[in-house]
Design a protein around this ligand. Structure first.
Ligand code: NAD
Length: 277
């Protein structure tokens, strides 16, 4: 079982499949991340706002896995966009790390007008080696345009809501044309949608003798997307990583792609409407 690496626009590589810890109970995070590392995950996606960076850090420290074999992402929360250096230091302290592999601006919060300032600070943090790669999350093309106009560093990734009900390939392919890799958040619909019950998904699951979640993870992987599904259940943590022994056919891929509902399928806020701290 081997997770492909994707090469980012700065030359660094990222494991295409990782483990996300959004809404993971801080008291359970250490044990669940330890389980993920035991299963074989080497890429962990957290954020300052998740409140569980300490648990991620303890699991990493106790794992004995060499630091260079791990890929750790955290994110700058919205109320720290003008204060990114201190915010990253706090995250590094909680994670018990000298550097993160990827540091993201969590949301553009365009009404605040500070995401370009935040990006300029992330560029400095990358130069200092505190973040090997830097990127953005929930950015629209107009926000990328501003970064390109005002700085000469492009984000390595854009982490956006992406699943069979919300695909937006026209926009995402435009990001890719600017060499920005796409990461999917909510790749399984966050357990809020009925995506895992869709016949297009369950039929493919039956055909390959795998679970609906494994089919959706495969669909993302075969689309070249980076993802880190979350689970707090050890059997599902293992299942979500066991996705390299089968391949969806072109017809199965197309049937799932046809489930796109556009904006109707969005489960979280539109990035332009998210301006909260
Ligand atoms: P997800 O799509 O990964 O869904 C997780 C839920 O799916 C679980 O809670 C469970 O209900 C269900 N599930 C997981 N594995 C399953 C299985 N094998 N079978 C059946 N059901 C299963 O949602 P997510 O956690 O929101 O997204 C993944 C990661 O993306 C997060 O943990 C976080 O790291 C990141 N994220 C980022 C943002 C952002 O704004 N940048 C927002 C949300 C999430």
């Amino acid at each position: 079982m081997s997770v492909p690496n994707i090469t980012l626009n700065d030359g660094n590589t990222i494991p295409q499949l990782g483990f996300g810890v959004f809404q993971m109970d801080p008291d359970k995070t250490e044990e669940l991340v330890a389980e993920a590392l035991r299963v074989g995950y080497r890429h962990i996606d957290t954020a300052a706002i998740y409140g569980n960076e300490e648990g991620v850090g303890r699991a990493i420290a106790k794992s004995g896995i060499p630091r260079e074999e791990l890929f750790v992402t955290t994110k700058l929360w919205n109320d720290r966009q003008t204060d990114a250096a201190a915010a990253l230091d706090e995250s590094l302290d909680k994670l018990g790390l000298e550097y993160v592999d990827l540091y993201l601006i969590h949301w553009p919060t365009p009404a605040k007008g500070t995401y370009v300032v935040a990006w300029q600070q992330l560029i400095e943090l990358q130069k200092q080696g505190k973040a090997k790669s830097i990127g953005v999350s929930n950015f629209e093309l107009e926000h990328l345009d501003q970064l390109e106009l005002k700085t000469d560093v492009k984000p390595a990734v854009n982490q956006v809501e992406l699943h069979p009900y919300l695909q937006r390939w026209r926009e995402l392919d435009a990001f890719r044309a600017h060499t920005v890799a796409i990461e999917a958040w909510g790749p399984l619909g966050q357990g809020k949608s009925d995506i895992l019950d869709a016949p297009e998904v369950t039929d493919a699951a039956a055909a390959h003798d795998v679970s609906p979640a494994q089919v959706v993870i495969r669909w993302h992987l075969q689309n070249g997307v980076i993802l880190f599904p979350k689970s707090a259940t050890p059997s599902r943590i293992a299942e979500n990583f066991d996705v390299f022994g089968f391949e969806l056919t072109e017809d199965e891929m197309a049937a799932i792609t046809a489930l796109d509902e556009g904006e109707e399928g969005r489960g979280g806020p539109h990035p332009n409407d998210m301006n909260d701290a």
